[in-house]
Design a protein around this ligand. Sequence first.
Ligand code: 5GP
Ligand code: MN
Length: 342
Amino acid sequence: MLTDQQKGEIVDFFSQKRKIALTTHMNPDGDAVGSTLAMMHYLRLKGHEVTAIAPNSFPGFYAWLPGASDIVIYDKKASAVKKAMMEADMVFSLDYNGFSRVGQMTNLLKSAPGKKFLIDHHIDPEEGFDYYFSKTETTSTGQLVYDFINLMGDEVLINKEIAVAVYVSIMTDTGSFSFASNYPETYHIVANLIDKGVDAERVHRLVYDTFSENRLRLLGYAISERMLVWHHLHAAVIYLTKEDLKRFNYQVGDTEGVVNYPLSMDDVNLSILITEKEKKIKISFRSKGDFNVNLFARNGFNGGGHKNAAGGQTFTDVKKTISDLKAALEPLKDELNYKLSY
Ligand code: 5GP
Ligand code: MN
């Protein structure tokens, strides 16, 4: 977190009009978009010139968020992003813990001359940032942005736009208050966000009940035709090939949430989604209970994340990825063999 001296430096820094670039991770999720927009609205209210940036497109079900269309996508507007990054007095890194998480923007981020400020809730943030507002015992980066605004003494500035962005962060990163959601503070914050005008019911529908027919059919197909259950490992894998995605006219965001379904089986403690992309295989890991997918993803699958939700990648093919996963899990069979109780 910030020392008192750093806090003083930051208050000082923001006492003049500044150029700020906000960045978030590749394949932005609800927390990436939510924390970025909350920070964007806050800093604009404070009078700063803010460019919000994402490395690539975010799912359409976040497009309704106030200010979402202001997010500049590096994939589409590289030169505008370069300009903003090189001119920024400060660059924020939101919802990620290492430079390479911005993908194609990694070198640009490293070479940006402004101060670097990381706000994030993943473990072990990389060295190289000037300021860290980082802790793992929280729901989301959006919640940390809320904390940061309060730390700056600006609670009164939290308006409906900021509140709804923070709410989306918390709702999506807790799977609608089902994991990482045992922090009493979160519910005080959520109560405050609703006081500020958030319509929690409507937000839930806008994010979760806006599937296309293809997306819902892809989900059904994934579970019915593409799921392997390794009962002896208490694990399940869903794999989706490029052809599968094409068949259901895949759009960004269509596979979001698919990885959670296998965990609804009683004896499954680990769920893995393998998605074949153009140049790599993307893997998502989710666990319930003790099994640490962050470590598993870091150790063998070029990734990381949190204890119960992580991601990674391979550069082989779907079949080999499945067999590598199985081989890596066999020795962990006992670790995966537990039953939740209360
Ligand atoms: P998802 O499976 O939704 O892509 O990612 C789940 C979590 O793992 C998110 O918190 C995300 O930030 C993190 N994550 C996903 N992919 C990677 C990766 O390649 N490297 C690291 N360090 N974290 C990842
Ligand atoms: Mn997050």
